[in-house]
Write a protein that binds this ligand. Sequence first.
Ligand SMILES: NC(=O)c1ccc[n+]([C@@H]2O[C@H](COP(=O)([O-])OP(=O)(O)OC[C@H]3O[C@@H](n4cnc5c(N)ncnc54)[C@H](OP(=O)(O)O)[C@@H]3O)[C@@H](O)[C@H]2O)c1
Length: 244
Amino acid sequence: MKKSLLILTGHSQGLGRAILDNYLAKENFQILAISRSKLDLDRPNLTEVSLDLGELDVLESRMEELLPDGDYEQVILINNAGWIGEIKPIGSLMVKKLRSQVNVNLLAPMYLTNAFIAKYKAYQGKKIICNVSSGASHKPMQGWGGYCSTKAAIAMFTKVAAKENSDAEFRFFSVAPGIVDTQMQDEIRQASALDFPEIERFKSYKSNGDLSSPEQVASKISHMLENEHQFTEVIQDVRDFELP
Ligand SMILES: NC(=O)c1ccc[n+]([C@@H]2O[C@H](COP(=O)([O-])OP(=O)(O)OC[C@H]3O[C@@H](n4cnc5c(N)ncnc54)[C@H](OP(=O)(O)O)[C@@H]3O)[C@@H](O)[C@H]2O)c1
């Protein structure tokens, strides 16, 4: 049986870790996982690459290693790594942090999407790119200028890529995962109320048990990618469907 390939960013914790575990449980997947930190799991079908996606020149120079050759049944790229960034109003942002956030949330997934299309376009079999966006891509939130903007931009980039590659075997998704109980939500709850007026609502999501678990969301994303013919739109939100 031919292997399938998953390239996943941001696998070291949170949603990415749950996506990793979900795909590790599937026997036919070879996984290449990219984060700054490694988990050092002893799994023969997993290759971990330690890379700072904020360092675009390094990413570019290592692209060949990140997109392996092989006779795969299907190839999937999940651009999941992301950063909420500095939670402050525009006018008080540190440019260095803003640049790093744009690199991680937008330019790195754009680079990877571009290289993935070039590399696997001629491949027979299913090819999927799933860029993790956010509900914040279409909802302006005070204090999240960099975050909302990068998530909106990656969603649009994904829609353009889909329009350019309407080949039935190529699918593109920009998926909002809902509000997930990860370190990113911890960071959000630690913002100052002056910089982030909606903080109490986000604290109440945690105290009321309203956050989704990373495992639930990972199962939904995996279901969507396995049954991609049932999901015709590029823009998806896991809150819009239930697992069968
Ligand atoms: N949690 C939510 O409620 C929520 C809501 C909407 C959208 N999202 C999106 O879901 C995705 C996953 O978020 P999460 O909540 O799981 O966040 P998280 O717990 O903070 O995990 C972020 C992941 O991204 C990796 N990462 C961050 N900066 C990186 C860098 N410079 N280079 C390489 N890897 C980097 C981290 O690994 P290292 O630190 O090891 O590098 C980590 O594995 C993100 O795109 C986020 O925007 C989350």
